[in-house]
Design a protein around this ligand. Structure first.
Ligand code: NAD
Ligand code: GLY
Length: 368
């Protein structure tokens, strides 16, 4: 088992990575579940696949599970579900020292984490991430949020979990498309600041995606360790370090907005395309050779992900895509910081990118 400490000031916690953690949930929680009653928030798909395992794991140790099973999908991160989940936790008598379990992908983790952040001004929660994306990214670092009619993740809080148990066995029931989407966030760590890890992905990505257990554990633990270092350095995203995790996200969010945050383009798929676009934009600006950008695109092609805009048939121009970026929550004094690259593993935050230039670049990409 890999155990990765996340050293946030005053509230350090561990991320444990291994296959089979859910079946041994209670011992791995090491005394955090202090009451008989245990609230668990999940979605219908995850409950169908892992509900029994978690139910037995809790009952075998004398706990009484209380389930809140939400619909699967992005629309679950809503005000309505937040308010109902908080009311449900209150009805169970959850106290500030109690731990709520978030069993699922980023949707469940973000919603449950936010509910825990506001319940009695903050109760404890444990992340039990069941998607690759959630294991390597969303369950670690304390960003919690819901969506509103104005956009995604615009209302939320920083609220760190008390523990993260990333059970690699859960990836066995994850649909292949979701696995691939999560893989984009794995590759991101290589592109941000770890050229050796990107090279490792080029060599081992396909095996990892096909189910190689050793590669999965290595990739998840390595990604989490990278994120843990970043979060320990810049928990609230104020110094520019944590902002590097947004590589590909500004372009990606514009694509998600244009496709209506629908199943046409999953978040991780948008991030993969966004990273290719950030790389090509960087090359166009003379920051790195075009061949480096195409090396990145080739890796996504090789594992079966999109690296071109044309197949999305967006029917809009670059200006319309760039306009979505104006609603980005990272806008700062009228400027939008972009994560660009000076090479593989050499991402940096650029606050001087002109949106007109981005629009012209996107027109070129749409015409490719
Ligand atoms: P998700 O939570 O919607 O899960 C994807 C799909 O897989 C869902 O249909 C779900 O029911 C299903 N599923 C999950 N685990 C399964 C399993 N083991 N077996 C079978 N089916 C399973 O999506 P996601 O990609 O995990 O997360 C995306 C969300 O995460 C977005 O809302 C995004 O904004 C958020 N996010 C948050 C952060 C953060 O730092 N908080 C970072 C990245 C993304
Ligand atoms: N997923 C980006 C972050 O946690 O900062």
């Amino acid at each position: 088992m890999a155990v990765i400490p996340v050293d946030v000031a005053g509230r350090p916690y561990e991320v444990r990575v291994e296959a089979g953690l859910l079946a041994e949930l209670v011992p791995h929680c090491r005394g955090l579940l202090r009451k008989r009653d245990v609230p668990i928030v999940t979605d219908a798909n995850v409950h169908a696949a892992w509900g029994e395992v978690v139910e037995s794991a809790l009952r075998d140790h004398g706990h009484e599970p209380h389930w809140r099973i939400l619909a699967a999908g992005e629309q679950t991160k809503s005000w309505e579900n937040l308010s109902r989940t908080v009311d449900w936790l209150l009805s169970l008598g959850v106290e500030r020292g109690d731990h709520v379990l978030a069993l699922g992908g980023g949707v469940i983790g973000d919603l449950t984490g936010f509910a825990a952040a506001v319940l009695k001004r903050g109760c404890q929660f444990i992340q039990l991430p069941t998607t690759l994306l959630a294991q390597v990214d969303s369950s670690v670092g304390g960003k919690t949020a819901i969506n509103t009619s104005a956009g995604k993740n615009l209302v939320g809080a920083f609220h760190q979990p008390a523990l993260v148990l990333a059970d690699l066995a859960t990836l066995d029931t994850l649909p292949e498309r979701e696995l691939l989407a999560g893989y984009a966030e794995v590759v991101k760590y290589g592109l941000i600041g770890d050229a050796d890890f990107f090279a490792w992905c080029e060599e081992n990505g396909s095996a990892l995606l096909s189910g190689n257990a050793r590669d999965r554990e290595y990739a998840v633990a390595h990604s989490v360790a990278h994120k843990a270092r970043i979060v320990a350095e810049d928990e609230r995203e104020t110094t520019g370090t944590r902002a590097l995790l947004n590589l590909g996200h500004t372009f990606g969010h514009a694509l998600e907005a244009e496709t209506g945050y629908s199943a046409d383009l999953l978040h991780g798929e948008a991030v993969a395309l966004g990273m290719v676009l950030a790389a090509r934009f960087s090359a166009r600006a003379g920051l790195m050779p075009r061949s480096t950008a195409e090396r990145i695109a080739s890796h996504f092609d090789a594992v079966g992900m999109r690296s071109e805009l044309a197949p999305l048939r967006l029917g809009c121009d670059g200006k319309a895509l760039a306009a979505h970026m104006l609603h980005d929550k990272k806008m700062d004094a009228g400027m939008l910081p972009f994560v660009l690259m000076k090479g593989v593993g050499k991402a940096y935050l650029d606050k001087s990118v002109a949106l007109d230039d981005v629009a012209a670049f996107l027109d070129e990409e749409l015409a490719r």
